[in-house]
Ligand binder design. Structure first.
Ligand code: SF4
Ligand code: SF4
Length: 214
């Protein structure tokens, strides 16, 4: 019986080797000769839109001349937005919805590598605090998702934007609140504080006056 099992296993191994190698070869063959080649001149092309960033490249084929006739006619310029092919839960660059942010600092405190910086102030007419600084350093982010999970208002989330390459390091640090807006909010917060102080003083004064008349 053992000999029979051994012989069976021997032939099964041969069969599996032949079929798996053939499948791999078939995929290679199909891809090489029948499928449309998509070559992007990155970073000259916008890989989300498939359009050249530089207008002078718009009519140029993407393949080098010796291979072009061999690999088929289609002009090999990527047409569709690549991000529609990404899975639902794809973790691209972090996005931020400022109006939803209550400046609770949870995202910043939970980030293990100090990628996010948040500062906020309290102003009249808005629940919670409003951010005066919201900065993400994309060069450090490891897409762990901890900030997204803890955010109580979904103000920080993953986008499908995956193209983060840049020639300048500085451009990877993004400020979401403009200096002008930040200044306006700081001023409003100061005004709100002054009003609250005045109210408190008035209250204390009237309390003192009532205690004197009694
Ligand atoms: S995804 Fe992770 S590393 Fe990136 S900012 Fe959020 S918590 Fe920090
Ligand atoms: S956790 Fe959400 S609401 Fe809180 S500061 Fe971060 S982005 Fe804003």
């Amino acid at each position: 019986m053992k000999i029979f099992d051994g012989i069976k296993g021997y032939f099964r191994n041969i069969y599996e080797s032949v079929t798996t190698v053939s499948m791999g070869m078939w995929i290679t063959f199909k891809t090489a000769f029948f499928e449309r080649k998509v070559t992007l001149q990155y970073p000259s092309h916008d890989i989300l839109e498939g359009k050249p960033k530089d207008a002078s490249l718009s009519n140029k084929p993407n393949l080098n001349p010796p291979f072009e006739p061999l690999l088929g006619a289609g002009q090999q310029i990527y047409k569709g937005p690549l991000n529609t092919q990404l899975p639902e839960r794809y973790r691209g660059l972090l996005g931020y919805d400022e109006p939803s942010c209550i400046s609770c600092l949870l995202c910043a405190l939970n980030c293990p590598i100090d990628v996010i910086r948040v500062k906020g102030v309290k102003i009249e007419g808005r629940k919670g605090k409003v951010p005066t600084t919201f900065r993400i350093d994309y060069s450090k982010c490891m897409f762990c998702g901890l900030c997204v999970e803890v955010c109580p208002t979904d103000a920080i989330f993953f986008t499908r934007q995956f193209e983060g390459a840049t020639f300048e390091y500085r451009t990877l640090i993004r400020e979401f609140i403009s200096p002008k807006l930040s200044l306006e909010r700081l001023q409003l917060a100061e005004e709100a504080k002054a009003k609250a102080r005045e109210k408190k003083e008035e209250k204390e004064k009237s309390a003192r006056e009532t205690s004197h008349t009694e």
